[in-house]
Write a protein of this length. Structure first.
Length: 100
């Protein structure tokens, strides 16, 4: 991308940036309050797709919850993505193997 394109796009991305910065800071504070080092916050941020799953993960890790609980609760949290995908079925009709 060139500098002109970035300069044109930046003002439109500021609201999203502010949202992600605020929830990222709160997540870091939660991890710190639970007794975890900042490295754990970074690892969880990279590894967990569902942002709400990160907040759930803090409690699960702090309480040493069983892996089955973590898997089930993550499945329930991410179930919304299945619903999102169902709304896109018509757009991808006839794409064959590329649909996946």
């Amino acid at each position: 991308m060139n500098r002109k394109t970035l300069a044109a796009a930046f003002p439109h991305t500021v609201p999203v940036l502010m949202g992600y910065l605020s929830i990222g800071i709160v997540f870091g504070w939660m991890m710190s309050a639970a007794g975890f080092v900042p490295l754990w916050s970074a690892v969880m941020s990279v590894a967990i797709y569902a942002g709400s799953g990160q907040y759930l993960g803090v409690d699960l890790l702090a309480n040493a919850s069983p892996l089955a609980d973590a898997a089930f609760l993550t499945l329930i949290i991410n179930f919304r993505h299945l619903v999102y995908g169902l709304s896109m079925l018509e757009k991808f009709r006839g794409m064959g193997w590329r649909k996946l």
